[in-house]
Ligand binder design. Structure first.
Ligand SMILES: *Cc1c(COP(=O)(O)O)cnc(C)c1O
Length: 226
């Protein structure tokens, strides 16, 4: 039996279902990805104990330090990679993660396809879109999204299930989420990974199927180490 949900988890689940009820389906359900980057096993376990099974990490190496043990104990956990993936980390990523959300270039698509074939572990992927055309952010350009999704499927044989984005930090996110939803339609993918602690209700209003929430669940993170 699941233990009582920690208060933040219960509050976020309530806000997700309220937003979903208000703005209507589809999707049938909005998936909560608990973003546990920078937090240790002691912070993650209460959520697992309360039945949360989707988690996101943005660094392969950090995830390797905590998730093999947790996944052994909670085998139905689904771990999403939501940070940039270097091709030299593809082997480790395919071994540990269950979904890759940051596919954004052909070289990476080729490397993922090869590794998935080698270890017979075919992970669903999201294509990351640089929705604000920000030079410092990863992602395929919006105008190239449909063609890239098609190449990932037809040339590389990858299973592309959706699009993911991180809108510019200093602007209202709604128009960017709406843009991503339009791109998904044009590229014939169903899932939309968008919305974080500060803006997930807006993302749900624009059709998010997956919201990625860190600080609102775990508290604020220590500043990033260089
Ligand atoms: C850290 C992170 C999140 C979670 O951000 P919060 O604002 O803490 O909810 C979501 N998506 C990505 C890609 C992240 O790196």
């Amino acid at each position: 039996m699941d233990s009582a949900a920690p208060p933040q988890l219960a509050a976020i689940r309530n806000r997700i279902s309220a937003a979903h009820k208000l703005f209507g389906a589809p999707p049938e359900q909005v998936e909560l990805i608990a973003v546990s980057k920078t937090f240790g096993i002691e912070a993650i376990e209460p959520l697992l104990g309360a039945g949360q099974r989707l988690f996101g990490e943005n660094r392969v190496q950090e995830a390797q330090g905590k998730w093999p043990d947790l996944k052994a104990r909670y085998p139905d956990t689904q771990l999403h990679l939501i940070g940039p993936l270097q091709t030299n980390k593809v082997r480790d990523a395919v071994e540990l993660f269950d979904v890759i959300q940051t596919l954004d270039r052909d070289k990476l698509a080729g490397a993922l396809a090869k590794e998935m074939e080698r270890c017979e572990r075919r992970l669903p992927c999201f294509v990351q879109v640089n929705i604000g055309l920000e030079p410092q952010k990863a992602g395929i350009e919006p105008a190239e999204t449909a063609a890239f999704v098609e190449r990932c499927r037809d040339v590389h044989g990858l299973e592309i299930i959706g699009l993911m984005c991180i809108p510019p930090a200093d602007q209202p996110p709604g128009p960017y989420f709406a843009h991503l939803a339009g791109l998904a339609k044009a590229a014939s993918v169903d899932k939309l990974s968008m919305g974080m602690s500060a803006d997930f209700e807006t993302a749900i209003a624009m059709g998010a199927t997956h919201v990625r929430i860190g600080s609102a669940l775990f508290g604020s993170r220590p500043p990033l180490t260089p």
